[in-house]
Design a protein around this ligand. Structure first.
Ligand code: GDG
Length: 443
């Protein structure tokens, strides 16, 4: 069988504490099964980066990492990737900024990746590129003579053409995608948006680009084992003891404005205003590990959340009850799954999300005999699969507040019925199906 080569912006080397994020889990699962080469940025900056990638091999996976310069990082990563493409692709156009130099930096780093990757390639490799950071990579590789099959999977949404048109070089971005043998999306809606974009850029007939939707899933049995195993561990036992019999609502999100946390905190405050009988009886635990905290928009959102937490607790807390527990700490994955299992409500309300694995993990982590209820944003890719969730529009604060009440009041039989259906869906399309289907389509 041909060797699998995965390329992603950032690589987490084994045994380094993993930064939270859904992409790394998916790539690692695929590579553990097939072995192969994983190429990407080390996460380190260097004044004079070597042209030779650093090489480490663990469990059949060769990790090849390169450093970036501070200027590349500023223009490519902080600028074009995370201040231009990230908000635009999530339809958050008020946060979208564009700078010509950022775009030049984006092209430059993709060229930089290609030049360093080419010497490592073998004739029978298959290349799987991940996410919005590396959209131009296939074109760069082709220009250096690479003829192997190359696929791209976009982990985030693909915006409608009228939104994409806010990006000055949008035509170039679409053209870059035509250099792939396969472009994979999270949902059929994203795939459709791409074809609309293609039609817009090539009105006289678009080149044939093979596409597919490959909704990413989770390792269901892995999460079940993690969640039940964690119930016997100290951190989970301590958290449960701290509830003193109160019910628990949990949210777990990277601290990112796309996750809708400010809106969620406001909706929770509304809930406490309207449902006086629930006061003192429910604790909302929000875990939000910091991410991209050297970008201004992320500093601002963090401040807004700290203020909202203070307002809610200042207004509603009692001497023996804190309504909102807000933590920026990063926990081991298993501990998080244990926290989820201990919760009666999971709340996942992104303003837009490619998929959202936390929603899927919440479902799998539950005790089937007494499962919690999931509140899920209609604007997350996961909502197209998890029909047994209480679906909300994250901008509708009253609706979210009502959904919290609906979830808390849901009878056992209904929770079980919804949980069984959702778990079956998760098993029918798990993490393995995601990479197997993508690689089969790539050929
Ligand atoms: C992108 C897309 C798409 C969270 N906190 C900690 C931690 N996590 C884990 C969660 C989950 C993962 O990180 C987050 O995945 P999501 O899918 O929810 O969100 P993004 O990071 O935005 O991922 C998303 C995904 O890519 C995959 O394609 O679903 O739409 O935006 O697994 O449990 N893990 C650890 N400590 C934490 O504190 N260890």
């Amino acid at each position: 069988m041909s060797r699998l080569v995965c390329v992603s912006n950032r690589i987490t080397l084994p045994r380094k504490t993993a930064a939270p994020g859904g992409l790394a889990v998916g790539v690692l699962a695929a590579m553990r099964e097939t072995g192969g080469l994983w190429f990407g940025w080390s996460g380190d900056l260097s004044a004079n980066p070597s042209t030779q990638p650093g090489l480490v091999t663990r469990e059949r996976i060769d990790y090849a990492t390169i450093d970036l310069t501070q200027t590349q990082y500023d223009r490519y990563y902080r600028g074009f990737c995370n201040t231009t493409l990230w908000p635009l692709f999530h339809y958050l156009t008020d946060r979208f900024r564009y700078d010509h130099e950022w775009h030049a930096g984006y092209r430059d780093v993709n060229r930089w990746f290609a030049e360093r990757l080419v010497p490592l390639l073998r004739p029978d490799d298959r290349l799987w590129i991940h996410d919005y950071h590396l959209i131009p990579l296939a074109r760069e590789l082709r220009s250096l003579g690479v003829r192997q099959r190359i696929g791209l999977f976009l982990h985030i949404p693909f915006p409608h053409i009228e939104v994409l048109r806010l990006l000055p070089p949008y035509e170039e971005l679409i053209r870059n995608l035509t250099h792939y043998d396969l472009v994979g999306f999270q949902t059929a809606a994203d795939e459709k948006s791409f074809h609309a974009g293609l039609g817009g850029v090539f009105p006289e007939g678009a080149p044939l680009v093979k596409t597919g939707s490959f909704p990413i899933g989770i390792d269901v049995d892995g999460v079940i084992a993690e969640a039940s195993g964690a119930m016997r561990t100290e951190p989970v036992k301590r958290m449960i003891a701290g509830l003193i019999g109160r019910r628990l609502m949990i949210g777990v999100d990277r601290l990112d404005y796309s996750k809708g946390l400010v809106e969620r905190f406001t909706a929770y405050q509304r809930f406490l205003e309207r449902h006086a009988a629930r006061r003192g009886r429910l604790i909302y635990l929000q875990i939000a590990p910091l991410s991209r905290d050297d970008i201004q928009a992320y500093v601002t959102i963090r401040e807004a959340l700290e203020q909202a937490t203070g307002r809610t607790n200042g207004r509603f807390a009692d001497t023996d009850w804190t309504p909102l527990r807000y933590l920026n700490r990063n926990f081991p994955h298993g501990t998080l799954m244990g926290f989820m299992r201990a919760a009666q409500v999971g709340i996942v309300t992104p303003l837009r999300d490619g998929m959202n694995l936390v929603a899927k993990e919440f479902v799998a982590s539950q005790d089937p005999a007494d499962p919690g209820a999931l509140i899920l944003s209609s604007l997350a890719g996961a909502a197209r699969e998890l029909e047994g969730a209480v679906i909300v529009n994250p901008y509708d604060l009253r609706g979210v507040s009502q959904a919290i009440e609906t979830a808390l009041a849901m009878p056992l039989a209904e929770r079980q019925e919804r949980h069984t259906a959702m778990l079956a869906t998760l098993r029918g399309n798990d993490l393995r199906a995601w990479y197997t289907n993508f690689l089969a389509a790539l050929g």
